[in-house]
Write a protein that binds this ligand. Structure first.
Ligand SMILES: O=C(O)CCC(=O)C(=O)O
Ligand SMILES: [Fe+2]
Length: 292
C-alpha cells in the first residue's frame, strides 16, 4: 500500500469469523490504516452484509438495472448483465472522479466494502488518497483560510455540467436530443427540491467523527463554497477540488478476483479507473455502512 495508509491483512477467512470477533478488530484497523485489503475472499451476499454490519447499519442501495440484487443492502457495480452480456456502459461513470461516498448527505457513509467477483487483468483499478495526508500537506496559511469555509455538496448540481445539463452542452452530451422544455423542467424541479430540502454543507476542514483528526473534505460532490457570490463560489470550489495529489500518496489497487477492500470513507478519496467497457467484464459487489 503507501507508506502512510493502507494495509493488507493475511491469514483471515472472513466467512469464518463471527460478527463479535470481527467488530473490534475491523474497527481498529480501519481507523488506523484507512484502507484494508483481504485477498481470496469470495463472500456471498449475506456474508458481505454481515461483515458490513459488524461496522454499523448498512445503507439501502440503489440498483443497477442490469444486475439487480434482492438484498436491499447489496449493489453490484457491473458492466455485464447476469448472463455475462456487455451492456456497453459504465455502471457509475461519475465514480471515475475523486469522491467521498455519500458526501452529499448530511451524514456521509462510514465505510464502503467491495468484493471482486470478476475483474479485468490489467485495468479497472481503484485509486485511493488520504484526506489526512492532503490536509497535512497544506501550508499553515492555507489551512487557516480553508478552515473558515464550508462547501455545499450536491450530486446533481455537481454532475450537471458533466451530464450535459448546461444549455451550451445540450447538443454535445448525454442529453443530446432532449427538448428545451424537458431540460428546463429538470432544472426547475432540481432547484425546487434543493430549495425545499435545504443544502448539505460540510466544513472544508472537517474533523473525522471518530479519530478527531482534520481532513480536507473535498471531492466530486462538493460544488460550491458557501456564502460566496455563486459563480465565484463554484470557481473557488473547483480550484480547491483540483488540488494536486502527489502520485506517491496514491494507492492504486490492481484487482484480482476474490479481493475484498474496506475503506474508511471520510478519511480517503477514491475513484474508479478506466477499463474496456465493451470487452472486459468487471463485477464488484458493494455494501456501504451508514455514517455516525
Ligand atoms: O468501481 C470502483 O472502482 C469504485 C466505485 C466506487 O466509487 C464505490 O464503490 O464507491
Ligand atoms: Fe465511490
Amino acid at each position: 500500500m503507501t507508506s502512510e495508509f493502507g494495509v493488507e491483512i493475511t491469514g483471515v477467512d472472513l466467512t469464518q469469523m463471527s460478527q463479535e470477533s470481527m467488530q473490534p478488530f475491523l474497527k481498529r484497523f480501519l481507523l488506523d490504516h484507512q484502507v484494508l485489503l483481504f485477498r481470496d475472499q469470495l463472500l456471498d451476499e449475506t456474508q458481505q452484509v454481515r461483515l458490513a454490519q459488524s461496522l454499523g447499519p448498512c445503507r439501502k442501495m440503489w440498483q443497477i438495472d442490469h444486475y439487480v440484487s434482492d438484498n436491499e443492502f447489496v449493489q453490484y457495480l457491473s458492466n455485464v448483465d447476469r448472463q455475462g452480456r456487455f451492456v456497453g456502459s459504465h455502471p457509475d461513470p461519475h465514480s471515475t472522479c475523486w469522491h467521498v461516498d455519500g458526501s452529499h448527505t448530511h451524514v456521509p457513509s462510514k465505510a464502503t466494502i467491495l468484493n471482486a467477483l470478476q475483474v479485468p487483468p490489467n485495468s479497472g483499478h481503484t485509486m485511493f488518497a488520504s484526506l489526512y495526508q492532503i490536509y497535512d500537506s497544506l501550508d499553515d496559511e492555507t489551512k487557516i483560510q480553508l478552515a473558515k469555509h464550508e462547501a455545499e455538496h450536491h450530486i446533481e448540481f455537481r454532475r450537471a455540467r458533466r451530464n450535459g445539463r448546461l444549455p451550451w452542452q445540450w447538443s454535445l452530451a448525454k442529453h443530446r436530443g432532449a427538448s428545451l422544455t424537458s431540460q428546463l423542467k429538470w432544472w426547475m424541479s432540481t432547484i425546487k427540491r434543493r430549495w425545499q430540502d435545504g443544502g448539505v454543507f460540510h466544513p472544508i476542514v472537517r474533523h473525522h467523527t471518530e479519530t478527531g483528526r482534520p481532513v480536507l473534505f473535498i471531492g466530486d460532490h462538493a460544488w460550491r463554497v458557501r456564502g460566496k457570490f455563486l459563480p465565484l463560489g463554484i470557481k473557488l470550489m473547483q480550484q480547491i477540488n483540483s488540488i494536486e495529489i502527489d502520485p506517491l500518496a496514491i494507492y492504486t489497487h490492481h484487482w484480482a478476483k476474490g479481493d475484498l477492500l474496506i475503506w474508511d470513507n471520510t478519511s480517503v478519496l477514491h475513484r474508479a479507473g478506466e477499463y474496456d467497457l465493451h470487452n472486459e467484464a468487471r463485477v464488484l459487489r458493494r455494501c456501504v455502512v451508514e455514517g455516525v
